[in-house]
Design a protein around this ligand. Structure first.
Ligand SMILES: Nc1nc2c(c(=O)[nH]1)N[C@H]1C(S)=C(S)[C@@H](COP(=O)(O)OP(=O)(O)OC[C@H]3O[C@@H](n4cnc5c(N)ncnc54)[C@H](O)[C@@H]3O)O[C@H]1N2
Ligand code: MOO
Length: 637
C-alpha cells in the first residue's frame, strides 16, 4: 500500500496568479561564462560589453583615388588646372587604404585627369578630410557596444569581431532537468504492447527548452514508485536550476508527485484555471523550483510554455517573447468552461478578405492539433464562448503570409488530397492546402458559408443515382461555384485480413453481427451506406456499431484492423495502406467543388495544373483503386 492518499480535488488558481507566485519564489543563481564572440549567437550579455579597438583604427580612404594635402589644392579651377606630382604632391589610394600624414584628403579617381606616368591634373579644390574615414568612425575603442541583458544577433557578432572584442561574458544557460514518469512509458525503439505508450513528451520538452535558451537534460523514465520519484527529484534539485517532472500530476491512483513535493519541499500550486493544463503543480525542493507538468501532450506543451519558459526568461533576464496577434472571425462556435481559460487550437483560413478561425480537436491527447494549428485562441474565464461570426483575437503559430496563401480545403477525406497537397507545394512553395476532413455535406456547406475555397464531395442522389450535381442545385443556389470532376474511386467493405467472418454483403454484416465502424453524418460514405441499408430494408438497430462515428477512411480502417469482428465501408486505398481485405461495392465520383473566385485565382489554376500533370496522375495510379477523369470539363453553377 502506498502511504500516499489519492488527492481528488485540484485548485482552480488563475494562471497569472500561479505565475506571479512562482516568480516570487524563484531566486535564480545566475552564473556567468566567458565564451568566444563568434559562438555567442542568441546568448544574453551578462555585463556591458566594450570595444577593445577602434574601427577603423587609422585614417582610411573611403574611396579609390589619390590622397593629397587639401590646402595645396585650393587654387585648382576649370580655367586653371593644377598639376600634381606622384609621391611629392599625391599618392594613389584604394578604398580602405591608410591615408598617411601629411595627406589629409582624398580625390575620387573619376575627378583626376592623368597626364603621364608620374603626374595628374585636377580642376577642383579638395576640402580637408573629404573622403577619409576618421579613426573610430564606426566604433571607438572603449565605447560600450551593448548593455547587459542584450541578446546577441549576427550583426552584433560582426561588430564584436570588428572591435576585436573576441570573448564576452554571457549568462550561463539555466540547467533544466526533465524527468518523465509513468509505468506505461517505453522508448520509441522498444515495441509498445497494449497498455504501453511511447515516451515522447521528453523529446519535445528538451527542444522547447533549448529554443528558449535553457540547457536541458532528459533523464530516463522514472517508474510510478514514490521512492524512485523522490530520489529523482532530490538529485535533480541539487544539480539543476529548474526541474520539470512530467505526468503523475492529476488525481490518478499513481499520481504521487504532489505528495512527494509536500514531503520533501513546498507546494505552491496544484491545479490552475485553464483547459487544458489544469493539473499543473508548482513547488520547490531546497532552493530549486519544480514544475509538475500534466501528462497529456497538448496540456504539457502549453503549460511548459506558461511556466518553464517564464522561469528561463527570468533567469536570463529577458522578456517573454510575444507572438503576432490577429483579429479572426469565428467559423464554428466555441464553448468555454466558465471559470477557466480555454485554449483552443484553431486553423485560420483567409477567405474573401477575412481571417476565419475554426477549432481543431480539443482533446488534450491530440498532439497533431498543436502540430496543425495556425493559431491559439483563448476563451477568457468570464465568458461563455464565441458564437459563429463573432470576432476574437488569435495568437499566431505561423507567419501571416503563410495563412494568407493557404488553400482552405473542407469536405471528404481521401489520400489523394494529401498527395495533391505535397505536389502543390513542390510546384509553388508558397502554396499549401489546409485540410479539415469534415465530410462531403459539411464541405459543401463550408463553400456556401464562405469558410472554404475548395471541398471534395461524393454525394450520391438515391433517386437519380447521380453524384453531386443535384445536391449543388439544391443547396448552393445563388453561390457561384465550379464542380471539377476529379476521380472515380472504389468503395467497398474493409475487412480484417482473411475476412474471418466471411462478409460478402450488407446482409452478412447483419446476420453475422459484425461490428460496423460507421462514418459521421453527412459523409458521402455514410450516405452510400444508408442508401444500401434502405435498398436492403435494413434498419440502423440491426447494425452493431451504427451509432459510433469515425471521421475518416483511415480511422475506419484502423478500427477494423484492431478487431477480428470488425467491418467498415471505405475506399480501396485505405484498405491497401492498412493491409486489410477489400471487397468492392461501388465506383463513386469524387469531385472537387470550389468557389468560382478560387477557381479563377492563381492558387486555383496552379492546383488544376498539378492535377493535370503526368507526375500526379502516375502517383495516383500507384496508390491504386482510382481512375482520373480529367477529360471531363468543369461545370459552372
Ligand atoms: N479523475 C480525474 N482524472 C483526470 C483529471 C482529473 O482532474 N480528474 N485530469 C485529467 C487531465 S486534465 C489531465 S491533463 C491528465 C493529466 O494527468 P497526469 O499529469 O497525472 O498524467 P498521466 O495520467 O500520467 O498521463 C496522462 C496521459 O499522458 C501520457 N503521458 C504521460 N507522460 C508522457 C510522456 N512523457 N510522453 C508521452 N505521453 C505521456 C500518459 O501515458 C497518459 O496517456 O489527467 C486527466 N485525468
Ligand atoms: O486539462 Mo488536461 O490538462 O485537459 O489535459
Amino acid at each position: 500500500m502506498s502511504p500516499y492518499k489519492r488527492k481528488i480535488y485540484l485548485e482552480n488558481k488563475p494562471r497569472q496568479e500561479a505565475r506571479h507566485e512562482m516568480l516570487a519564489n524563484f531566486q535564480p543563481k545566475r552564473k556567468v561564462e566567458w565564451i568566444p564572440s563568434v559562438s555567442a549567437l542568441g546568448r544574453i550579455t551578462a555585463e556591458p560589453i566594450f570595444a577593445q579597438s577602434s574601427m577603423p583604427h587609422f585614417h582610411a580612404s573611403a574611396m579609390d583615388g589619390i590622397a593629397i594635402v587639401a590646402e595645396e589644392t585650393f587654387s585648382a579651377h576649370e580655367q586653371n588646372p593644377l598639376l600634381l606630382r606622384r609621391n611629392e604632391d599625391f599618392i594613389h589610394v584604394d578604398t580602405g587604404n591608410e591615408v598617411p600624414p601629411p595627406f589629409n584628403a582624398v580625390i575620387m579617381i573619376e575627378n583626376v585627369e592623368e597626364r603621364d606616368e608620374d603626374s595628374v591634373e585636377i580642376i577642383e579644390p579638395a576640402a580637408p578630410w573629404q573622403h577619409i574615414r576618421p579613426i573610430g568612425e564606426d566604433i571607438v575603442q572603449e565605447e560600450m557596444l551593448f548593455p547587459q541583458g542584450h541578446e546577441i544577433r549576427p550583426v552584433d557578432i560582426g561588430a564584436l569581431v570588428a572591435a576585436r572584442t573576441l570573448t564576452i561574458p554571457v549568462i550561463k544557460k539555466p540547467a533544466v532537468t526533465v524527468i518523465p514518469t509513468g509505468n506505461e512509458l517505453v522508448s520509441a525503439e522498444d515495441a509498445a504492447s497494449v497498455g504501453q505508450l511511447i515516451e515522447f513528451n521528453g523529446s519535445a520538452f528538451v527542444n522547447y527548452i533549448r529554443e528558449w535558451g535553457g540547457d536541458p537534460l532528459l533523464t530516463p523514465v522514472v517508474k510510478d514508485d514514490p521512492e524512485k520519484i523522490k530520489a529523482a527529484l532530490l538529485e535533480a534539485a541539487n544539480t539543476s536550476d529548474i526541474v520539470v517532472i512530467n505526468a503523475g500530476s492529476s488525481a490518478g491512483s499513481k499520481d504521487y508527485t504532489v505528495h512527494i513535493l509536500q514531503e520533501i519541499g513546498t507546494v505552491y500550486t496544484h491545479g490552475i484555471a485553464t483547459r487544458p493544463g489544469k493539473p499543473v503543480i508548482i513547488g520547490k525542493v531546497n532552493s530549486t523550483i519544480v514544475v509538475g507538468i500534466p501528462g497529456y501532450p497538448v496540456s504539457a506543451y502549453l503549460s511548459l510554455e506558461w511556466f518553464v519558459r517564464l522561469l528561463i526568461c527570468e533567469y536570463l533576464g529577458v522578456n517573454e517573447p510575444e507572438r503576432q496577434k490577429l483579429k479572426v472571425k469565428i467559423g464554428r462556435r466555441m464553448v468555454g468552461s466558465m471559470g477557466a481559460e480555454d485554449f483552443i487550437r484553431v486553423s485560420i483560413g483567409y477567405i474573401n478578405g477575412e481571417y476565419v478561425a475554426n477549432p481543431l480537436s480539443r482533446a488534450a491527447g491530440v498532439t497533431m492539433s498543436l502540430v496543425r494549428a495556425d493559431g491559439l485562441l483563448v476563451i477568457p474565464p468570464d465568458i461563455l464562448g464565441y458564437e459563429q461570426g463573432e470576432y476574437a483575437e488569435a495568437e499566431l503559430y505561423k507567419p501571416k503570409h503563410e495563412i494568407e496563401n493557404a488553400i482552405v480545403f473542407s469536405g471528404s477525406h481521401d489520400l489523394t488530397i494529401d498527395l495533391l497537397s505535397s505536389k502543390l507545394k513542390a510546384e509553388n512553395r508558397s502554396f499549401s492546402i489546409q485540410a479539415s476532413h469534415t465530410g462531403s455535406m459539411a464541405g459543401m456547406m463550408a463553400i456556401k458559408k464562405g469558410e472554404a475555397h475548395l471541398a471534395a464531395v461524393h454525394l450520391l442522389d438515391p433517386e437519380t443515382k447521380e453524384y453531386n450535381t443535384s445536391y449543388i442545385k439544391r443547396f448552393l443556389q445563388g453561390t457561384e461555384v465550379v464542380l471539377y470532376p476529379f476521380l472515380r474511386r472504389k468503395q467497398g467493405w474493409l475487412l480484417p485480413q482473411g475476412n474471418p467472418l466471411n462478409i460478402q454483403s450488407l446482409l452478412d454484416i447483419v446476420e453475422k453481427q459484425a461490428q460496423y465502424a460507421n462514418r459521421q453524418k453527412g459523409a458521402g460514405t455514410r450516405v452510400l451506406f444508408d442508401m444500401m441499408m434502405r435498398e436492403e430494408g435494413v434498419s440502423p438497430q440491426q447494425i452493431t456499431g451504427y451509432e459510433r462515428e469515425m471521421f475518416s477512411h483511415l480511422s475506419v480502417a484502423a478500427e477494423v484492423k484492431g478487431n477480428p469482428d470488425g467491418v467498415g465501408l471505405g475506399i480501396y486505398s485505405a484498405a491497401k495502406v492498412m493491409k486489410l481485405d477489400f471487397i468492392p461495392v461501388a465506383d463513386e465520383h469524387y469531385d472537387l467543388l470550389m468557389t468560382k473566385s478560387f477557381f479563377e485565382s492563381e492558387q486555383g489554376q496552379t492546383l488544376i495544373k498539378v492535377i493535370q500533370s503526368d507526375d500526379f496522375k502516375q502517383a495516383v495510379e500507384q496508390i491504386g483503386g482510382y481512375s482520373l477523369v480529367q477529360e471531363l470539363e468543369p461545370l459552372f453553377f
